[in-house]
Write a protein that binds this ligand. Structure first.
Ligand code: ZN
Length: 338
């Protein structure tokens, strides 16, 4: 089945053409980062307007790259939520219009279902497995038993890990987004020079908290005026605290669930420090860890086509009255099959 996928939940306009839920024919991502960086974060209204300008162009480019036409499309999937409501509506309305005009089925998907299953675009991976989903808006640990079968085991109680990266990056004058810059600087710094707190690590649950860490960095760093070398050490200490918490909570989930497969997904899964630590721990504690390649970790449309293709092939199609949802718990994703 040839599926056209659309992702517009935040500040990337992305369209992909994917065959049979596994073969990416094109995956075009148009980033708006140059628009939002001067504000130090995504401005929702600007994001929606830019999606509206971009969406037609990105669809054309995706078709052109795949050397296909709209008439070849057999099904459509789109991010329905969670995300910025105005941004989501651009993608959802486009998907509905295309599905109606082309007379093909369509499905609206949960953004994190896309992130978690992106790994299946590159390798066979059987259910069940654990998924650590980390991005600018999410830090969740899930048990994944199949398509549409997700159970939240733990989640952040305040900031997402990616959000903490961006806020600390701003504090250190590293611009926005700051994840890649902190990761690069951390590799050159000494993580033992600055010690930052690890919240909830002693608790018997799998929840996360990053807002205290951000405040701790702020209160310690604002007492000094760090030079370039000191910024590297601060970045290393901060990254060490984040990686420590993410990996130790995941290890706890591995021990508690008995599952030996772990998927790390979302934009923060690009982080080299996090990948290295997980690979080391997987070897030591005898479990398998899987990361999508970096292009599939960040927001992109192809990631949606894994679940999209499955639901569409099983007879799902949404009503044109379906609406976008800004807040949506992954556990409540439900699809009915004919
Ligand atoms: Zn995302």
């Amino acid at each position: 089945m040839l599926v056209l996928a659309i992702e517009t939940s935040c500040d990337e306009t992305s369209v992909a053409l994917v065959r049979d839920g596994s073969r990416i024919l094109s995956n075009v991502v148009s980033s708006q980062v140059d628009i939002h960086e001067r504000f130090g974060g995504v401005v929702p209204e600007l994001a929606s307007r830019k999606h509206l300008e971009n969406i037609g162009i990105v669809i054309d480019e995706a078709l052109h790259k795949a050397q296909l036409s709209l008439n070849d499309v057999e099904g459509i999937c789109v991010t329905r939520g969670p995300g910025l409501i105005g941004a989501l509506l651009v993608g959802l309305s486009t998907a509905k219009a295309l599905a109606f005009a082309l007379r093909v089925p369509w499905v609206g998907l949960h953004h994190m279902e896309g992130h978690i299953l992106a790994v299946k675009l590159e390798r066979e991976l059987e259910f069940p497995f654990l998924a650590l989903a980390v991005s600018g808006a999410h830090t969740h640990l899930y048990r994944v038993d199949g398509y549409g079968c997700y159970q939240t085991l733990g989640r952040t109680l305040d900031d997402a890990a990616g959000e903490a990266y961006d806020k600390v990056g701003k504090l250190l004058g590293l611009g926005y987004p700051a994840g890649a810059a902190i990761d690069r600087l951390a590799a050159e710094g000494d993580s033992g020079r600055w010690t930052f707190p690890r919240a909830l690590l002693q608790k018997d649950n799998l929840d996360f908290s990053f807002s205290g860490l951000k405040t701790a960095v702020w209160s310690q760093v604002s007492k000094v005026s760090p030079d370039a070398e000191e910024v590297r050490h601060i970045a290393a200490g901060f990254q060490e605290a984040v990686v420590d918490v993410l990996t130790r909570k995941t290890l706890k989930a591995v021990a508690g669930s008995g599952l030996r497969r772990v998927v790390v997904a979302g934009g923060v899964a690009c982080n080299r420090g996090l990948r290295e630590r997980f690979n080391m721990l997987a070897e030591r504690h005898d479990f398998d860890v899987y990361f999508p390649s970096p292009g599939l970790c960040a927001d992109n449309a192809a990631m949606l086509a894994v679940a999209g293709n499955f639901y569409l092939e099983n007879g799902c199609s949404e009503s044109l009255s379906l609406n976008a949802v800004a807040q949506w718990i992954l556990d409540s994703v439900k699809f009915s099959f004919d």
